[in-house]
Design a protein. Sequence first.
Length: 284
Amino acid sequence: MGVSAVRRCETRRVSDRPRVLATLEGYAIEGGFDRRYCPSTCYSPKVALGRVRGPDDAEQLWRDYERVLAPAAALGLDGIRLTVEWARVEPRRGEVDESALERYAEVVLAARALGLDVTIALVDTVWPSWLGLECWLLPWTVDYVVAHAHRVVQRLGAHVTGVVDFTAPDAMISNGFLLGTTPPWRTRASADATDASAQVHHVRQLLAASEVVGPRLVTHYATLSLDQSFEEFARVASTPHLEEIYVRALVRGSGPTAAPAGLLERRDDGWVASASSELLVALL
């Protein structure tokens, strides 16, 4: 991280402005999901039927995350929000892939060595296929989510600066049960949406009360897309008590959960900034 970037970060913290972190959303960027002999997610049925195109090889960052971390630091970001993909950590019910957790730990430590803060996301809008499409209506899902959260935080928590329980809980329910644009692909199922929302809220309460997860939770945050206006960035940044702003995304990725744009793009000589200087000034 350059001197100017460090000074910007220090100024932000002194003035109590929210930290600005770019997201790294595994399903869209890691590669190796919803293919033969690979972790299977809630998108796998539609991917297999050819009704949704999966991420395929994506950006192949699972083994190459480190190559985007130095450019992220050079942008002057405070850090990254890294999604720990549940389907990769627990590809089959009760079978934990310790090597996957170790790999995520390597990424976290590499980012911290560059001076980047790291918030990890425990549950995003992609979950393991074994949990089922209707998992947010099933009561036993609660125990599985809590176990996953404890497992990840116990392994990575000592090295991260924050934890997010659900990346987009409201959108996950509305898109899945009312609009039919994401799993479980339902429309106008308002009663089930209410029940699913209540269960997710219950899970979040349990995690907030947990001695393992609760003390590390980031509870006041906002997510912004790169296609939003500069005025919207400024408005959100001035929100009282906001702890972190998540910018989607550091890398755009591919597949159904890809971000609209990325701060970095791949070129022959590596990953370089693709965002305009005006946007970076607005962000940082």
